[in-house]
Design a protein around this ligand. Structure first.
Ligand code: MTE
Length: 326
């Protein structure tokens, strides 16, 4: 997909700003986190399931550690509103892109359902002052979780509206303290071909899945690390136990099941750009005026409905991207 030039002179309307309570809550958290929080958040011996045995958050979902479910549903951040109905959970959870399992969207949930996503760690390294390995249990109980209703636009011209639960990526970046030389953030998913049939059967793809953002994009208020959806922890088909959500970019940027994050000076390669450079760019901002080489991006099909609606520039988030520099 050709790269898209950003329109710089955006302004952030007051109505779109994060409510003070949410903003203050996060700042207090980060201040309180200080040095001590790293010790609490970093995994290691004894960082297993702090809450005891597994529990079920809903019919058909994998068991989740009890400590996680205590954090759901998280308070909704009302600053993020939708112009369309929320996609039903059963619809969103049965129409997934997760090539590690299969390219058949309707089969992902079933094939992913037995994938073990606990215990899980996320290794954050590279151009940071405080590299760390974060245990997912500690992240879920310690980070400032909130729910946000976001539009979700796939490059394949379908769309959903999804209630993600997560925390701003910036909250994690603040803990590791990016160095002045850090300009990009690279994210990597798992490589387990023995458990993920799509990885075993499609060896021509450059596994594991990898994606990247500029540090400015990763630090933007809209950019979430999601650990939950529909008021409970993420089921595997949505990228358990932790995934990226960048709502103004095509869905392939929102990498699922992250195991590694690396801050770099140089622009990292990305999975789909490596696989098909003429079709998928690094930036991948939603832009209805730039067609995919094989189809139009002007409109989108709302999954679970009969509706086809015009696609919005930056998926409707242009105003909120005020001041973003890449
Ligand atoms: N992440 C990984 N690891 N593997 C994938 O195949 N697919 C991407 C993205 N993240 C993908 C991924 C694409 S193309 C889309 S549209 C979204 O995940 C779909 O997210 P959803 O299934 O939760 O709706």
């Amino acid at each position: 997909m050709p790269s898209i030039r950003k329109n710089r002179p955006w302004r952030l309307p007051e109505s779109a700003a994060t409510p003070e309570a949410v903003h203050l809550g996060r700042r207090r958290f980060l201040k309180a986190a200080g040095l001590g929080a790293l010790g609490t958040l970093i995994g290691g011996a004894g960082c297993g399931d702090p809450g005891g045995g597994p529990t079920r958050a809903g019919a058909g979902l994998s068991p989740f550690p009890r400590a996680w479910t205590g954090r759901y549903p998280a308070p909704r951040n009302e600053a993020y509103t939708l112009d369309r109905p929320l996609t039903g959970e059963a619809v969103a959870g049965r129409y997934n892109n997760f090539y590690e399992f299969t390219t058949v969207k309707e089969r992902v949930a079933e094939l992913a359902s037995r994938f073990p996503f606990h215990p899980w760690t996320v290794d954050v390294s590279g151009r940071v002052r405080r590299p760390a390995v974060f245990d997912i249990d500690r992240l879920v109980v310690s980070m400032p979780l909130e729910e946000r209703l976001y539009r979700h636009r796939c490059v394949e011209a379908w769309a959903m509206a999804v209630p993600w639960t997560g925390f701003p990526f910036k909250a994690l970046l603040d803990l590791v303290e990016p160095l002045g030389s850090a300009r990009y953030v690279r994210l990597v998913s798992f490589h387990r071909p023995e458990l993920a049939p799509g990885q075993a059967r499609q060896p021509w793809y450059p596994w594991p899945y990898y994606e990247a953002l500029t540090l400015a994009e990763a630090s933007h208020e809209l950019t979430l690390l999601a650990t939950g959806v529909y008021g409970h922890p993420l089921p595997m088909q949505h990228g358990a136990p932790i995934r990226l959500v960048v709502p103004w970019k095509y869905g392939f940027k929102s990498i699922k099941s992250i195991v590694r994050i690396e801050l770099t000076e140089r622009k990292p390669a990305t999975f789909w750009n490596d696989v098909a450079p003429l079709e998928y760019g690094f930036e991948a901002d939603v832009d209805p005026s730039v067609p995919h080489p094989r189809w139009s991006q002007a409109r989108e099909r709302l999954i679970g409905t009969d509706l086809v609606v015009p696609t919005l520039p930056y998926n409707g988030y242009a105003e909120l991207l005020a001041g973003l520099t890449s």
